[in-house]
Design a protein around this ligand. Structure first.
Ligand SMILES: Cc1cc2nc3c(=O)[nH]c(=O)nc-3n(C[C@H](O)[C@H](O)[C@H](O)COP(=O)(O)OP(=O)(O)OC[C@H]3O[C@@H](n4cnc5c(N)ncnc54)[C@H](O)[C@@H]3O)c2cc1C
Length: 379
């Protein structure tokens, strides 16, 4: 079908070494991490040592200063292997850019090099028990007290929450009103008095990912921990959202492609009525449909990626990519489960794990309904 044009030889070399690392050091441990509900922190340090964290941060902050296509490769390979417990993209491609773009020099120096080495694990804490899609309804308040803020409230569903050493927390600074100018971002260290973490939440899928609740009870944080200016939080979140949504589209397509590949192999081997399942017309047509739709998604997502690298990806295109590709991922994996028969429902088969892990893609990063809201605003 249509060849890809995004990557050069350096990117592909990087892909090979990351793939080797995942196959040798991550995947053999993943089942244990799924059982315990979080990834052992030592693998973060190992990833840091090998240059797989915060790759596109500048060298003076511990990164390799490379372009975002290296992040795309990391995302694609994590999705291909379905290493769904690994929270590196959120750390390297969501939290680190906030600090780099908007943080003070002191915040950058304090955290970025340690994030790149894997010594510090980061999270971003927006969602609350009473507010997810509607971010302006959050009830975590930061009240001024001399040179500090006193923070009270709680967050939920926070990826890397259990392991995190720092969290960028979305708080209200100006008052309770639903006003975007009241929203701010502040770095909170996990060892501050009054900051506690819940146990990893028991989830339908992505069981190795340490998603948890965070509680803030009069946590005193210096004003110098503010990312950007007070009241700039909503603007900063909006600036970064196109890339964050594209991340999900990229992983949706790469994961569905890998599941389709393994399903093709399965249907060629598995026999029914004395012939391979792949020879039934229904199977061939289903595989043809999935291959076609994934190819269409691939071309769209690669083009969005090109625009993102140039800095011109529009918010509505990123929202379209996130919603359509994660929906497609769900449809493709569902059909692949069906082509596996009973084995498709057994967790020892990768297709079954992909099935439960993929469901969250349509929910986080802004639900797919919110994506349609965003697209409709541009019509
Ligand atoms: C595995 C996982 C990891 C996550 N990681 C993080 C994280 O690291 N940090 C973080 O801050 N959050 C995280 N989240 C939270 C996630 O971003 C939210 O769950 C999501 O934004 C939806 O918010 P909600 O759960 O409050 O749903 P709600 O906002 O309560 O939505 C409920 C339903 O109403 C619909 N709805 C809401 N508003 C509208 C509207 N205007 N029009 C139409 N329909 C609407 C939604 O689409 C949804 O179907 C994670 C969630 C999961 C499942």
């Amino acid at each position: 079908m249509i060849p890809r044009q995004l990557f050069n030889a350096d990117h592909e070399g990087f892909r090979k070494s990351f793939r080797r690392f995942l196959d040798a050091e991550v995947m053999p441990r993943h089942e244990k991490w799924e059982e315990q509900g979080f990834v052992d922190p030592d693998i973060w340090k190992r990833a840091g040592e090998l240059g797989f964290l915060c790759t596109n941060m500048p060298e003076n902050y511990g990164g390799s200063g490379v372009d975002r296509l290296f992040s795309v490769i990391l995302l694609e390979e994590l999705a291909r292997t379905n290493a769904s417990g690994i929270g590196w993209p959120l750390h390297s491609d969501i939290v680190a850019p906030y600090l780099l773009r908007y943080g003070s020099e002191e915040l950058k120096q304090s955290w970025l090099p340690k994030m790149a080495s894997g010594e510090v694990i980061s999270a971003i804490a927006m969602s609350e028990p009473g507010a997810g899609s509607d971010l302006q309804a959050i009830k975590t308040f930061a009240t001024e007290d001399g040179s500090d803020y006193i923070i009270n409230g709680s967050k939920t569903f926070i990826t890397n929450g259990y392991n995190c050493d720092i969290a960028v927390v979305v708080v209200k600074t100006g008052g309770a009103a639903r006003d975007s100018k009241n929203v701010s971002l502040i770095v909170m260290e996990a060892d501050r008095a009054g900051f506690t973490k819940g146990k990893p939440l028991k989830k339908v899928g992505m069981k190795a990912q340490d998603t948890c609740e965070l509680f803030f009870d009069n946590v005193r944080v210096p004003k110098t921990n503010m990312v950007g200016q007070p009241g700039m939080g909503f603007m900063m979140l909006m600036q970064e959202l196109a890339w964050e949504r594209l991340l999900i589209a990229i992983t949706s397509v790469a994961n569905a492609e890998a599941v389709l590949e393994s399903t093709i192999a399965y249907t060629k081997e598995r026999e029914a009525f004395g012939r391979p399942v792949s020879t039934f017309q229904n199977t061939r047509f289903k595989l043809a449909e999935m291959k076609t739709e994934l190819q269409i998604a691939r071309v769209f997502v690669d083009r969005c990626t090109e625009l993102e690298v140039k800095g011109t990806l529009q918010v509505d295109a990123a929202a379209a990519a996130k919603y359509w590709c994660s929906d497609l991922q769900g449809r493709v994996i569902d059909q692949c489960v069906q082509l596996h028969g009973g084995n498709g429902f057994m967790l020892e088969y990768p297709v079954a794990r992909a099935y439960i892990d993929a469901r969250a893609q349509r929910i986080y990063g802004g639900t797919n309904e919110i994506m349609k809201e965003i697209i409709s605003r541009s019509i």
